[in-house]
Write a protein that binds this ligand. Structure first.
Ligand SMILES: [Zn+2]
Length: 716
């Protein structure tokens, strides 16, 4: 293992040595990487190396599968399931590098490759998962499982492997398989159409204003709207169209344009107009209406679930999750729904009081919410974001999260400078355990840049496995924080700091993982569980003890004042009735769409959503976070029957953190080590609920979440 060398001349020499080990005439993916910790030799990989490596990787993968199938010996766990784990090494090697860089450091060539590769890869994986000979071997092992001596981890791997085949249709007869293929292809067409209609509907409305319509708007909002108008002018194809935008201000039903307007504008009539354009998207009875598409998709999904042997689509989806049945999901959502709605009604009353005091003669409506809640916020929860940033330089916050995991698990971080990264901003650390042994490589790529996609995420360049020796992972966090300006450091908002802790929580899941089989490592668990390790770590950044340990003013060195911390924590409870109500309404709507039997799905009425919302008593002042006709998560993304996952994970993380609160020490050694052993190390080697119960000693309860979000009545 290489140690950090402090003499710069030597660093250069080491780099040269490392580089010379790769043969420049051979594709780097076809060579062993002798870089420290097998960090990909980024500087040696060229755009044109990917496609040949993908092709060879897929070929090798299929050849390996052939060897497993052709094995004359009777199928066993070792010669089939375990061997499957060993297949596809080259493909994974190239795929990890490619998919990471295509997201964090892309270029036109990589984007083109992405489009080319996506159908190739899905056809490749279909060949494996629809391979009957392979499934027959798996099925034989499954049927004999009672007579074989498998560890708990092996039993779970066998179950998961088989399930993957079964969920792709392996148990169906040929005519059923054909039906499923047809349904899948129809669904994929409809979901694309849904997305395109939504785009057209969102782009199809503009609120074009004169200077005299801008009452209440701040300079920043006005100049963004004026900028939007001049962009329209530049794109205009005729003089007449140009004239339409001349000296005008444009707002659209995109949230980034709409929310500032709804918050600041004192023109109630215009707020109503813009708001309605947003909530009516896809529901205008024109050629881009999405009502019928949603209904057709629900029908097809119900039909597919029936063929697969499930009662409803939700049953089919939830089989994979921590909550296993629609009843369990409804139970959770309804339990949260009641206090959220109650709190929302208090918030309406607070806003009405402000409006009455202003002498306004109207009842608060949905389009008034942002404007009047902002007034309540200023009065009750005022927090100056700008006052916090100087305490949250990026380096401070990184140090904060390192300190936190050091106090929890004894981890140490050492920045490495003698390995080339894929971009100068992507920094590399070695993570060592409390006994000094190597745990992982961590790459942190924090600044926004034009060739990076938006948002923040965790991924890995190398997975973890103990199957053929101890293989430790290379994990990356990518964010879009503001780059430093001049000599000043990058200063984060508190929300950014939370994001950094969140992504680092995912990273910890990937770094601490310690399982035998790579496919079960780290973040491989169900959707309603995998946000637990990330959201849980967020709780530490709000602890005054933790904040004070790293949040020092970048100029004066002063520690963040108590008064500021207090305001910060109180502000977290603002508007939670609204936030939770709109979210839960959408989650319930998602469940209603997907718990229909095939028969019921045949007679979906136009009033489906209205009935669904009336049933739970949603108030007029709030619309679901997504109405059906623009609910892209469930009709053009992968979240059908899964939108509830976010709040489920929040129940888990609040309840898990409460364990530390109960013992009065957020770094309690016994709890920390249990948390590591039962949650962060285990990947998906056990059922997620079992893992949780092993840690907490019981199933999760919702009370800690209600308290944290101010839905326990304490804020009323
Ligand atoms: Zn996350």
């Amino acid at each position: 293992m290489k140690k950090l060398i402090l003499i710069s001349g030597l660093i250069l020499m080491i780099s040269c040595q490392e580089k010379s080990k790769l043969d420049p005439n051979v594709n780097p993916f076809f060579q062993d990487w002798t870089t420290p910790y097998e960090v990909p030799p980024f500087m040696d990989i060229k755009n044109e190396d990917y496609m040949p490596a993908f092709k060879k990787g897929m070929e090798e993968n299929l050849a390996e599968i052939e060897v497993i199938i052709k094995n004359a010996e009777a199928p066993t766990f070792a010669n089939t399931i375990e061997e499957l784990e060993r297949t596809g090494k080259l493909l994974s090697k190239v795929q990890r590098v490619f998919s990471n860089l295509a997201s964090s450091n892309t270029n036109p060539k990589l984007q083109e490759l992405q489009r080319e590769l996506s159908p190739m890869l899905s056809a490749h994986y279909d060949k494996i998962v629809l391979n009957e000979d392979l499934f027959n071997r798996v099925e034989e092992i499954w049927n004999n499982r009672e007579n074989t001596d498998l560890t708990k981890e092996q039993q779970k791997l066998l179950k998961d492997t088989r399930k993957q085949f079964v969920r792709s249709g392996a148990l169906l007869n040929d005519s059923q398989k054909k039906q499923i293929t047809e349904i899948n292809s129809k669904l994929s067409e409809l979901s694309t159409e849904f997305g395109q209609n939504l785009l057209a509907e969102t782009n199809g409305f503009e609120l074009i204003l004169n200077k005299s319509d801008l009452d209440g708007l701040s300079d920043a909002v006005v100049s963004a709207a004026s900028e939007a108008a001049s962009q329209k002018m530049d794109q205009a194809e005729s003089e007449e169209e140009k004239e339409k935008y001349k000296d005008k201000y444009v707002f659209t039903p995109h949230r980034t344009s709409m929310y500032p307007f709804l918050t600041e504008s004192t023109r109630r009539d215009l707020r109503e107009e813009l708001y309605n354009s947003y909530v009516m998207r896809g529901d205008n009875g024109n050629e881009t209406d999405n009502n019928d598409i949603a209904a057709q998709m629900a029908k097809l999904r119900a039909e597919r679930a029936n063929i697969m042997g499930h009662k409803t689509h939700a049953d089919f989806i939830l089989e994979e999750n921590m909550l296993k049945t629609p009843d369990e999901v409804y139970d959770l959502l309804i339990q949260l729904w009641k206090p959220a709605l109650k709190r929302a009604k208090v918030e309406v009353a607070d806003m009405q009081a402000v409006a009455d005091l202003e002498g306004k003669d109207f009842k608060i409506a949905a389009w008034d919410w942002w404007h009047y809640s902002e007034k309540v916020r200023k009065e009750k929860y005022d927090l100056d974001e700008a006052a916090i940033r100087p305490y949250l330089s990026l380096d401070n916050v990184i140090q904060g999260v390192f300190n936190t995991t050091n106090k929890l698990w004894g981890l140490n971080f050492r920045e490495i400078f003698d390995i080339d990264s894929y971009h100068p901003d992507a920094r590399i650390w070695e993570v060592t355990d409390k006994d000094g042994s190597h745990l992982a490589i961590f790459i942190g790529d924090y600044f926004t840049r034009s060739n990076k996609r938006g948002g923040a995420w965790m991924s890995s360049f190398k997975g973890q496995s103990n199957l053929d020796g101890r293989q430790r992972p290379i994990v990356v966090n990518v964010c879009n924080f503001p780059a430093p300006v001049g000599d000043n450091p990058s200063l984060l908002s508190f929300e950014n700091a939370i994001t950094l802790f969140h992504e680092f929580g995912h990273a910890m899941h990937g770094i601490l993982t310690d399982v035998t089989y790579g496919s079960m490592a780290g973040t491989s668990g169900p959707r309603d569980f995998i946000e637990l390790p990330s959201q849980l770590l967020e709780h530490w950044v709000s602890e005054p003890e933790v904040l004070k340990s790293f949040a020092t003013h970048y100029e004066t060195g002063e520690t963040i004042p108590d008064e500021l911390i207090e305001k910060l924590l109180k502000a977290g409870k603002f508007n939670q009735g609204f936030i939770n109500t709109e979210y839960l309404a959408a989650s319930l709507l998602d469940m209603d769409w997907h718990t229909m039997s095939e028969v019921d799905a045949q007679k979906i009425s136009n009033n489906f959503e209205k009935n669904s919302m009336n049933k739970i008593g949603l108030i007029d002042e709030i619309a679901p976070r997504y109405r059906s006709t623009y609910f892209a998560h469930i009709f053009s993304g992968g979240y059908s029957s899964g939108y509830y996952s976010y709040v489920h994970a929040a129940v888990l993380d609040s309840d898990a953190f409460e364990a530390f609160k109960e013992v009065g020490n957020v770094f309690d050694p016994e709890l920390s080590s249990k948390l590591r052993k039962e949650i962060y190390e285990k990947g998906s080697t056990e059922e997620a609920m079992d893992l949780y119960v092993n840690f907490r000693g019981r199933k999760p309860i919702i009370e800690p979440l209600l308290k944290i979000r101010g839905l326990d009545g304490s804020s009323d």
